[in-house]
Write a protein that binds this ligand. Structure first.
Ligand code: AR6
Length: 189
């Protein structure tokens, strides 16, 4: 585990399973349908139970009949998970990097953080959005994840602790390297 202190708050990088995080919110790497899928999305719905899908269905009907646009975020309860809430966001599909992918990925992180902060949530855990089925190169995505989360912690919002949950040792090492390049040793704990 690596921890950075930023503006009196914590940015942490761990290896683990997003569905096991005991935080106010975990973020789901969803798709526009909000009806589940593989990877993180599949694991969250499988372990979290049917309440989450019911809430997603209501959100679709009420707010997003045509699906959740890439970069946007919505919130449900955590169902049977330890996390109290789930923030569902849609990262971009990697198409070579010239179709606005970096901006869309940044928006997925920013909108998730903003929504959590608006609800007064203090702790939030992210998976490496877009780096699985959506094919976003791990190192580039890690740069965006670390920059957007660190920038949010510089602001004065409710969020006090952000955890980036990597799934493999390789992804952990990539995030650790990018964090050191981006944030330096100064804030490291
Ligand atoms: N905990 C933490 N990280 C995980 C876990 C887990 N339990 N499982 C996988 N990862 P992905 P995407 C890592 O594919 O690329 C779904 O079908 C994984 O190794 O879950 O945004 C949705 O419905 C990878 O590094 O999300 C969408 O259709 C990262 O989480 C689509 O996939 C993200 O992989 C979204 O694709």
């Amino acid at each position: 585990m690596i921890e950075y202190r930023i503006n009196g708050k914590t940015l942490r990088i761990v290896i683990g399973d997003i569905t096991e995080q005991d935080t106010d919110a975990i973020v789901n790497a969803a798709n526009p349908s909000l009806m589940g899928g593989g990877g993180v999305d599949g694991a969250i719905h499988r372990k979290g139970g049917p309440t989450i899908l019911r809430e997603c269905t209501e959100i679709r009907e009420r707010q997003y009949p045509r699906g959740l646009p890439t970069g946007e975020a919505v919130i449900t309860t955590g169902g049977n998970l330890k996390a109290r809430h789930i923030i569902h966001t849609v990262g971009p599909i990697w198409r070579g990097g010239k179709e606005g992918e970096p901006q869309l990925l940044a928006r997925a992180y920013e909108n998730s953080l903003r929504l959590a902060a608006e609800r007064g949530l203090r702790t939030i855990a992210f998976p490496a959005i877009s780096t699985g089925a959506y094919g976003y190169p791990a190192e580039k995505a890690a740069g965006t994840a670390i920059k957007t989360t660190a920038t949010h912690l510089q602001e004065n919002t409710a969020i006090e602790e952000i955890t980036i949950v990597t799934y493999t040792h390789e992804d952990y090492r990539t995030h650790a390297k990018v964090a050191e390049e981006t944030l330096g040793d100064t804030h490291r704990h």
